[in-house]
Write a protein that binds this ligand. Sequence first.
Ligand SMILES: [Mg+2]
Length: 290
Amino acid sequence: MANTLNTPRLPDHPRGILIDLAGVLHTGDAPLAGAQAALMRLREAGIPLRFLTNTTRTPRATIVHKLHKMGLGVGEDEVITAVHATRKYVQMHGLHPYWLVHPSIESELPAPTGMQPDAVVVGDAGPYFSSGSMNAAFRHLVRGVPLIAMARNRYFEEPDGLSIDMGAYVVALEYAAGVQATIIGKPSPAFFDAALADLGIDAADAIMVGDDLRDDILGAQASGIAGVLVRTGKYRSGDEATEEGSPSLIADDFASAVEAILAHLEFPMAGVMQSASGNAVNASTVLARV
Ligand SMILES: [Mg+2]
């Protein structure tokens, strides 16, 4: 039986919505059906948005540029990435890490200091994960320096199928060196808290929409944020309820999630929004409460 004790209720009047990117708004370079129009509806409803991504292979400016090319209007200052959060963490702790990351994000990292590394930071190095780079990281770890992981995701969806994510490499380092990584991106509570602080709102007034039950939904819910799981991207049958918990709401896709979120709004703006779109909102057809 799934644990529903920690499943927050969807707020009737959300003051901010946190949205995962890959698997929710797009797959690869293609927007998911209805995602552009649904995003527009949230904009029209005047709800502040933040986009939370554990993608650590691509600089933020490139992510935003790609979204624009797909017709998804997202501002760079609305995107909170695990790379930026990691940079902040490293600076706050005055660390000089060994970076096991993809070269494409080097421009977003602090300049190399030439000092003996006092931490290992792992991002999604993709093809740059090799026995050589992993062993270099391992040798720093056995000296006793901390392991910091930008994320620990299991897999993600690409246009030709699911692909292994960086989590397996993090676990390999943890296993070999006998250490436990500090995770910076989702599902770290600090990552969600940073998004709430950026919006200036409380967890009870926020909603997280994502396709990853563990990292998006249960992570947000652990911080008191209602989670809406979409059945797109990496979603697989059976994700609705696990031993670890259940989403506040399940929707077929982002458009259905937005439909359900806006259906909860009772103030006049919702009526204006509905007449502008020409669609009657009927939440019962698009969502399943669990
Ligand atoms: Mg995703």
